[in-house]
Design a protein around this ligand. Structure first.
Ligand code: NAD
Length: 335
């Protein structure tokens, strides 16, 4: 630090440099933070289904005005009653909000909502933060990020873990991928809807984490369902068997929190004829994503592939709209 460059003391150089550095950094930060500092400006929300609806309600509860749209306008009724503004298309949402969250079923819906003729990117404002919480193919998240960047907007993937109950109680876990500098702005909104917000890395990495989790969830659910079924056939009382599993090494989320056998637990889809919750179609879709990514990376996933086939068969045999824990009922019917 005592070195002199051409007679110019380094300390002075560093002082000058830091002014330039900090002022350019400040300029950068100020462009990022104009949006996030305006914390109670309207937030756009697209896709008001099982998950999107309670998530958007939590934004309203936290004082954020919400501008919403869904391809089925009746899905927005609950939000409208709570004071949200409902508009006709994603493009209209983009005209009115500079932070937008999407919660859609699958990759084609996301492509349509972002890049379609009435899509967000048709009217998006420069600097807008776009957060997609749908579970989709990581490569589609990357494509959307590139398309958004061309319009001067920022796209992040933030898929969730936790079902409809967790969405209602703002207890979701968000897995976030995207530009790290934008993470704080995303976090401000996501903490209104979730208990855990985890930064995973570059865009698409939130989806990667989510797909891995759901593949394990499916394998665990099928394993729990066939184990419970075998125990019942061996004459064990299902509640007793669940109790023993849950104090033993076979315990997992599907056995202790979301048991698939009717009568074992209350407040779960198996207690309600497998209505609500996480549909078998969505699980089949997530396993398809796991299969694609495993094929692309030459990764063996024998149990993930089998789970995919089981959920696909279920969907073609009338289970498509039942909760994914209905695999227990499916296995009973197979007998
Ligand atoms: P859903 O089908 O209940 O809701 C999706 C909503 O998006 C629907 O209201 C639909 O009308 C709307 N939509 C579809 N296309 C649209 C378009 N072009 N424009 C506007 N709206 C459109 O699905 P969900 O259960 O809310 O799940 C959403 C996402 O979250 C999925 O990717 C799912 O895999 C994931 N997820 C769901 C759960 C769960 O327990 N349900 C849990 C974790 C993650």
């Amino acid at each position: 630090l005592l070195i002199i460059i051409r007679g110019f003391p380094v300390r002075k150089f560093l002082q000058r440099f830091s002014i330039v550095f900090f002022s350019s950094h400040f300029l950068f930060l100020s462009s990022v933070s104009t949006r996030s500092m305006a914390s109670k400006t309207p937030v756009g929300f697209i896709g008001l289904g099982n998950m999107g609806s309670p998530m958007a309600k939590n934004l309203l509860r936290n004082g954020y005005p919400v501008i919403a749209t869904d391809v089925f306008p009746e899905s927005c009724k609950g939000l409208l009653d709570l004071g949200a503004q409902v508009v006709d298309s994603p493009a209209e949402v983009a005209e009115k909000a500079d932070r937008i969250i999407t919660m859609l079923p699958s990759s084609p819906n996301v492509i349509d909502v972002y890049t379609g003729p009435n899509g967000i990117l048709k009217k998006v404002k420069k600097g807008t933060l776009l957060i997609d919480s749908s579970t989709i193919d990581p490569s589609v998240s990357k494509e959307m990020a590139v398309a958004a960047e061309k319009m001067g907007a920022v796209f992040m993937d933030a898929p969730v873990s936790g079902g409809v109950g967790a969405a209602s109680m703002a207890k979701l876990t968000f897995m976030v991928g995207g530009v790290e500098e934008e993470y704080n702005a995303a976090q401000e909104l996501l903490t209104c809807m979730g208990a855990n917000v985890v930064y995973c890395g570059q865009v698409g990495s939130g989806q990667a984490a989510k797909i891995c989790n759901n593949m394990l969830l499916a394998i665990g659910m099928i394993g729990t369902a066939e184990t419970m079924n075998l125990g019942i056939r061996l004459g064990l009382d299902p509640k007793l068997l669940a109790k023993i599993l849950n104090m033993s090494s076979g315990r997992c989320w599907s056995s202790d929190t979301y048991n698939p056998v009717p009568g074992v637990m209350e407040g779960v889809p198996s207690a309600n004829n497998y209505q609500g919750g996480f549909g078998a179609t969505l699980m089949a879709k997530d396993l398809g994503l796991a299969q694609n990514t495993a094929t692309n990376t030459k990764t063996p996933i024998p149990l993930g592939s089998l789970a995919h086939q089981i959920y696909r068969v279920m969907c073609s045999r009338g289970y498509a709209n039942k909760d994914f824990s209905s695999v227990f009922q499916f296995l009973r019917e197979e007998e």
